[in-house]
Design a protein around this ligand. Structure first.
Ligand code: C5P
Length: 288
């Protein structure tokens, strides 16, 4: 049996850190948005019990170290099955270590395929609970679309979709370590927080200007100086006509919101001379 599943990247329209939890993780409040930049995950059943991962990026882990294999192992143990032999092949299109949940989304795609193959009656909530065992962003990636994610990232509330727009996503060459950036956060020193309630109202009203005005990611305020390129790209996006621009997740990827395709395409073209740049559209659950 062979199944292929898209694994969409996400952007953060808002990212807030509310506190430190007793389990060492942080209490989050994030507005997440799927985009049509996606990896392609192919899962084939094989004889034996081994789970092998291959990708078109040779430096990514091939065995249990890959989040896609971890997701499969958590799926089997959660449903009380012995692991089945699987060959998981991932065509990577989403930049790695970019704050776009590329790895989490691959893990979520594996979970969706395994549910289809072995547990078709499993509910979305049950699959998201397994996702939470795999990683903080995985429950959201199982669901996709426009979602408020709270707690560690596992408490999900569907939101109205982002109104039609164009997104220019730009990844500088540096990479940020998520745990390292969380370690930089001094909660009392975070003076600004996103207007998440206002963002949700703007989504309700389908007010793209109101949404753009409220793009905010508190991680930008704790970025070490060596990531100054993030702010250079933000300014370039604004100069190239973006309504607003923000870093996504723990970075370093930056995105801008555009009302019209032509301006967005020109901005993506200009940025691609220096960086990895992508012209994207928002998408709903499971890449639709
Ligand atoms: O859950 P995941 O493995 O994706 O998290 C990676 C790291 O990010 C954690 O080890 C932790 O340092 C940090 N993290 C956090 N609070 C969250 C999510 C992640 O501190 N809500």
């Amino acid at each position: 049996m062979i199944c292929t599943e898209p694994a969409c990247a996400k952007l953060n329209l808002a990212l807030d850190i509310l506190g430190k939890r007793p389990d060492g993780y942080h209490e989050m409040r994030m507005v997440m948005q799927s985009i049509d930049l996606a990896d392609h995950v192919t899962v084939s059943t094989c004889p034996g019990k081994e789970i092998v991962v291959t990708t078109d990026l040779p430096y990514l882990p091939k065995g249990d170290g890959n989040i896609a294999a971890k997701a499969a192992l958590w799926f089997f143990s959660s449903v009380g099955m012995e692991p089945e032999g699987l060959a998981i092949d991932i065509q990577k299109n989403v930049p790695v270590c970019a704050g776009m949940a590329g790895g989490s989304s691959d893990g979520a795609a594996v979970l969706r395929v395994l549910r289809r193959l072995y547990m078709p009656d499993m509910t979305e909530e049950q699959l998201e609970e397994i996702g939470a065992l795999v990683g903080s962003d995985v429950p959201y990636c199982v669901r996709g679309g426009t979602v408020l994610a709270e707690g560690r990232g596992e408490r999900l509330t569907d939101l109205p979709p982002l109104p039609p727009c164009w997104l220019v996503v730009c990844k500088p060459s540096c990479s940020v370590s998520t745990p390292e950036l969380f370690a930089q956060v001094r909660l009392k020193k975070l003076r600004c927080h996103p207007d998440t309630a206002g963002m949700m109202n703007a989504l309700e009203r389908q007010d793209l200007e109101g949404i753009a005005r409220r793009l905010y990611n508190v991680f930008e305020d704790v970025l070490p100086r060596r990531y100054a390129e993030v702010f250079v790209i933000k300014n370039e996006l604004l100069e190239l006509g973006a309504m607003a621009a923000s870093m996504t997740g723990s970075g370093p990827t930056v995105f801008g919101i555009f009302q019209d395709q032509e301006t967005a395409a020109q901005a993506a073209g200009a940025l691609s001379k220096q960086y990895a740049a992508y012209l994207c559209r928002p998408c709903g659950a499971a890449g639709i």
